[in-house]
Design a protein around this ligand. Structure first.
Ligand SMILES: [Zn+2]
Length: 263
């Protein structure tokens, strides 16, 4: 009956074999649920469903998602986010105590991320704009230069000279949305290992309903990156677009399209 439910090995390791078997036997499977990623209804008896374990510093919450939205996985979040998640997830999700909570991953550099919708080729695309708070130097170099864009170009990001074109998909990278919020931008792990966070939200980033709807339609996110100071804090989407146009014209913008994690 609950053959449709997937419990990944890392989720199983956190919740224990007993809990995993209860889920898989259907005893504690959720039946119908609100997908933790796209927030639309799902049914674990009728469609492939992923178990997603949100692990905070002290507690953990088990949630469910369409398998097509995200794969079964453990997502490390701050305790504050987790309390928010508990409040937002329906009462059906059992809270389980995690035996061991992983250290929350922290980015090496502070990257500011803004979400917005970009009108390109007559269609609204969900976009993220990434800008470090300070110049990023290449590991091992202590020069005054900013290597942020060259480093990204080495990873496969493409320089943008014209915002009128949709960037091409960067293989192996993805965007992790969970609980309807932005959690991480993932890059390929070393030599075929699991993806690792290139950017991880200290506090999950809320996105608008319009942004989420656009992702559901296009199934990918356009990620733009510019060096510190090139974009700045823009209070409105039209001003954000202006700043991006200007950065592109000045050769200070790179981009890549990324699918949602697990798709
Ligand atoms: Zn979903």
């Amino acid at each position: 009956m609950s053959r449709m439910l997937d419990v990944s090995p890392d989720v199983r390791a956190e919740i224990g074999d007993e809990e995993a078997e209860l889920l898989l036997s259907g005893e504690t499977a959720p039946g119908s649920y609100d997908c933790t990623s796209c927030r639309t209804p799902g049914d674990s008896e009728r469609e492939p469903t992923s178990t997603v374990l949100f692990v905070g510093d002290e507690t953990a919450v088990l949630a469910f998602a369409h398998a097509k939205c995200i794969p079964s996985q453990v997502v490390a979040v701050s305790e504050d986010q987790l309390q928010g998640a508990v409040a937002s997830i329906t009462g059906e999700a059992p809270a389980v105590a995690a035996a061991t909570a992983p250290e929350p991953a922290r980015g090496q550099a502070v990257l500011g991320i803004t979400s917005g919708l970009m009108l390109i080729e007559g269609e609204l695309h969900p976009a993220l704009v990434v800008e470090p708070t300070t110049a990023i130097s290449r590991p091992g170099s202590d020069g005054p230069g900013d290597d942020f864009l060259p480093l990204l170009i080495e990873q496969g990001f493409i320089p943008v000279s014209d915002m009128a074109e949709v960037p091409s998909v960067l293989s192996g990278w993805s965007v992790l949305l969970a609980m309807g919020q932005l959690h991480a931008v993932l890059q390929p792990g070393a030599a075929g290992s699991n993806p690792v966070a290139w950017w991880q939200a200290h506090q999950a980033l809320p996105v608008t309903d319009g942004w989420r709807a656009a992702v559901n339609r296009t199934q990918k996110v356009l990620v733009y990156a510019a060096p510190a100071g090139a974009i700045g804090q823009q209070p409105r989407e039209d001003l954000l677009r202006d700043a991006l146009d200007k950065a592109a014209a000045n050769g200070l913008l790179v981009a890549a399209a990324m699918p949602l994690a697990g798709t």
